[in-house]
Design a protein around this ligand. Structure first.
Ligand SMILES: [Zn+2]
Length: 346
């Protein structure tokens, strides 16, 4: 859909001509045959471009019928786009490197560049940007350059489901260079479809001419059979992430039981506090110093019992046990100091 330019838009005028002066086939001079006008946004504001198109002046030349466009035009803006490359790159960078949302990009385009663009249009350009990045990422020359010094490959396949009921996005990655090779959404995740992706991975591997050290996955059936068929003899092991994820659940369950047991054992804080406060109220002067320490211990222990921070790699119950042990050791040190020896400060 053509962009509707407000009537009061101020354009910067730009004229481009075909770079060559003579025909590449017959060396006769080129002549201007028509003009093309177009408008687009750059980071410096709206531009109105006049491109002078040329063709060979020699009617007998086979190139006479071909109209030439200034090459500088596509270096500024793609055909039919309303955004020049600079705005396009800015937008793609904000979306994918800074994770800005479309409304955020829309506001910033308006505020910073005085560029009113609809959310639909922004989404369209974001899609184009994505396709360009993917194409560049999969370009055989780019890939070969990235693996020039590699000795071997470690490949991983993973099925991601963005939302329940959505098709699964299968992603093939190479772990050594941390590179996503390709991703494809499969409506059906049957073994034949998955194997097709693995065959595509094999084609990449053959093009690179590097040995595959191993495959990583969550080892669902389709992956196991597919890898065995396409990469016979290549080891296939659990991806550490999946392994941890599968391990995390029973670990956290056991940990939470341990926490319950510890909380049962360490109780009566409130009674102690009540007793101390009662003593302080009865004899404020001499009880205060010692009883404040008791209250401090109580609040520290309460903090430990209520601490739910941590994850499967640092289970909260384990943290709780460590912290309670420290409290006990501290209490024992205190008791030891009271029984005999000089009193240490701190
Ligand atoms: Zn010619």
């Amino acid at each position: 859909m053509a962009y509707h330019w407000p009537a009061d838009t101020v354009f910067q005028e730009l004229t481009l001509e075909v770079e060559d002066a003579t025909c590449w086939q017959c060396a006769q001079p080129l002549t201007i045959c028509c003009h093309r006008r177009r408008r687009f946004f750059t980071c410096q504001g709206p531009v109105q471009l006049l491109s002078k198109l040329s063709h060979c002046s020699n009617p007998a030349c086979p190139a006479h019928a071909t109209t030439l466009t200034p090459e500088a035009e596509t270096a500024l803006v793609m055909p039919y786009w309303v955004l020049a490359w600079d705005v396009f790159c800015w937008l793609g960078h904000r979306r994918f490197a800074r994770h800005w949302s479309v409304p955020q990009i829309r506001d910033e385009l308006a505020d910073r560049f005085a560029l009113p663009l609809s959310a639909d249009a922004i989404e369209r350009y974001v899609g184009r940007y994505q396709r360009m990045v993917a194409a560049r990422h999969q370009d055989p020359g780019e890939v070969a350059a990235a693996y020039r010094r590699a000795k071997g490959l470690v490949l991983a396949i993973d099925g991601l489901q963005p939302e329940k009921g959505h098709e699964t996005l299968y992603v093939v990655r190479e772990v050594g260079r941390k590179r996503v090779w390709f991703a494809e959404a499969l409506l059906s995740s049957n073994a034949a479809e998955v194997q097709r992706l693995l065959a595509r991975a094999r084609a990449w591997v053959e093009r690179l001419g590097l040995p595959v050290r191993c495959w990583l996955s969550d080892k669902q059936d389709a992956f196991v059979t597919g890898v065995a068929a396409e990469f016979p003899g290549v080891p296939h092991r659990y991806c550490a992430n999946h392994f941890l994820r599968d391990l995390a659940k029973p670990v956290l369950e056991a940990d939470s039981q341990a926490k319950v047991a510890m909380r049962k054992k360490v109780r009566g804080l409130r009674d102690i506090e009540r007793q101390v406060l009662a003593e302080q109220a009865a004899a404020p002067a001499d009880a205060a110093a010692g009883s404040d320490v008791v209250l401090d211990y109580c609040s520290a222990v309460r903090g430990i019992l209520n601490d739910d921070q941590g994850g499967p790699l640092q289970p909260p119950g384990e943290r709780m046990a460590e912290a309670l042990t420290e409290v006990r050791q501290s209490l024992q040190r205190g008791l030891g100091a009271k029984k005999g020896g000089p009193r240490r400060s701190g």
